[in-house]
Design a binder for this molecule. Structure first.
Ligand SMILES: Nc1ncnc2c1ncn2[C@@H]1O[C@H](COP(=O)(O)OP(=O)(O)O)[C@@H](O)[C@H]1O
Ligand SMILES: [Mg+2]
Length: 250
């Protein structure tokens, strides 16, 4: 029997006093990848920020559950310890902090058991190789002067190190050329497992050729208005979001 991993119940989110997510519900079972698609401004990033506890994105009503446990009011740190992970659409630079130190701190915050510097380095190098990254990447400062593709790879690297139960990937495909996209998709696919789940937010169908979702949801104006399988993403690609808006309006 499939077990429930993550559930969003009638969620309302406000940012700067404006309601941007309006009663959204979604259930993800173990092992599933859900794609969330929608135009710019439909509320995808607000949803992912609120799910991970960003203070500017206020949950005004509704609840979030991770394996049946209410995590609505938890701090971002506690959510990370509960093995939730968010890859940001717009990653920030941290000058002075190397990728290796950043990953060490992130791993320490999530896993209570000590991992030796050597083991951590080996694991980071192994994952970097999989993502087609040069070893020297680990000495660079986090996102400082990184290209769009390097930022996205670092996020996937971080995810691979943290092995989250539930990951929200916000437009991980933006700014990637086709080769980088394939590598990043491969990284994401290595994280798919029977026990974990992924919410993959994307603007384009392209990513879904490489990370094949179990379900596709379309978000318009703060809510999911249609759900289906990967054919829905193809339909969107050929007909556009207008076809869905007008179908709802009539
Ligand atoms: N920090 C913010 N301050 C003010 N408005 C915001 C902020 N973040 C998002 N919004 C507004 O929330 C709505 C949804 O935006 P967003 O969640 O970024 O959508 P998407 O990720 O689907 O493009 C938009 O109208 C946007 O202007
Ligand atoms: Mg966004």
């Amino acid at each position: 029997m499939k077990r429930e991993l993550f559930r969003i119940e009638d969620l309302h989110i406000s940012v700067e006093g404006k309601e941007v997510v309006k009663g959204l519900s979604l259930t993800v079972y173990e092992g599933e990848v859900h794609a969330l698609m929608g135009r710019n401004g439909s509320g995808k990033t607000s949803l992912s920020c609120a799910l991970l506890g960003h203070p500017n994105y206020k949950i005004t009503s509704g609840r979030i559950f991770l394996r049946g446990k209410d995590v609505t009011g938890l701090s971002p740190e506690d959510r990370a310890r509960g093995r939730m992970f968010l890859a940001f659409q717009y990653p920030v630079a941290i000058p002075g902090v190397s990728v290796m130190n950043f990953l060490r701190t992130a791993v320490k915050a999530v896993f209570p058991e000590e991992i030796s510097v050597r083991d951590l380095r080996l694991k980071v190098n192994e994952k970097m190789k999989l993502l087609g990254m040069e070893p020297s990447f680990a000495s660079r400062y986090v996102n400082d002067g990184f290209s769009g593709g390097e930022k996205k790879r670092l996020e996937i690297l971080q995810m691979m190190m943290l092995e989250p139960q539930f990951a929200v990937l916000d437009e991980t495909d933006s700014g990637l050329d086709i080769d980088a996209l394939k590598i990043v998709a491969h990284g994401i696919n290595t994280q798919r497992s029977e026990k974990s789940g992924i919410l993959l937010i994307t603007h384009y169908q392209r990513m879904l050729d490489y990370v094949r979702p179990d379900y596709v949801h379309v978000m318009i104006d703060g809510n999911i208005v249609r759900s289906g399988d990967e054919n829905l993403a193809r339909e969107l690609e050929s007909k556009g979001y207008d076809s869905i808006s007008s179908a709802i309006a009539t």
